[in-house]
Design a protein. Structure first.
Length: 147
């Protein structure tokens, strides 16, 4: 049994309420439930968290070091601004998958740049909440292939 970490940045606590035309009507709790089901079915544990505070996301990445087999992260707006989150992810030894519900490349120009992408093994953008499931399945499969 391995632990996987899914982290969510600012404003993702408002999923289902905030701009549903972009982010849909499903909530962060819906995403967590679906991901927890995938992890448990595969015999793994899941740490799933959201914060509007950059330092909490950094602390969770630090806590994942030596414990988590992989991180999927939707850094929200910190994607485009946070060298600190990038530095924390660079200190994590396992695979990292960056997830975005919307296609950030079809949105405002400032959203096209991601600091996190330079660390991520893969980037999933525009698949809606299914992107989280794809990321988690990839991390689980990667672990199975390396065993």
């Amino acid at each position: 049994m391995s632990l996987f970490t899914i982290l969510n940045g600012p404003n993702l606590n408002l999923l289902g309420q905030r701009q549903p035309e972009i982010y849909g009507y499903e909530t962060l709790a819906d995403i967590e439930s679906r991901c927890r089901g995938i992890a448990e079915t595969a015999g793994h544990e899941l740490f799933f968290a959201q914060s509007n505070r950059e330092y909490e996301l950094i602390d969770w990445v630090h806590e994942a070091r030596g414990k988590s087999a992989g991180i999927a992260i939707n850094p929200g707006a910190f994607t485009h601004t946070s060298v600190a989150i990038l530095d924390a992810l660079n200190a994590f030894e396992g695979p990292v998958i960056e997830v975005h519900i919307s296609n950030i490349h079809k949105r405002e120009v400032f959203r096209h740049h991601s600091y996190v992408s330079t660390r991520a093994e893969g980037v999933i953008a525009g698949l809606g909440i299914e992107g989280y499931e794809v990321a988690l399945r990839h991390l689980i499969g990667r672990l199975s292939r390396s065993s």
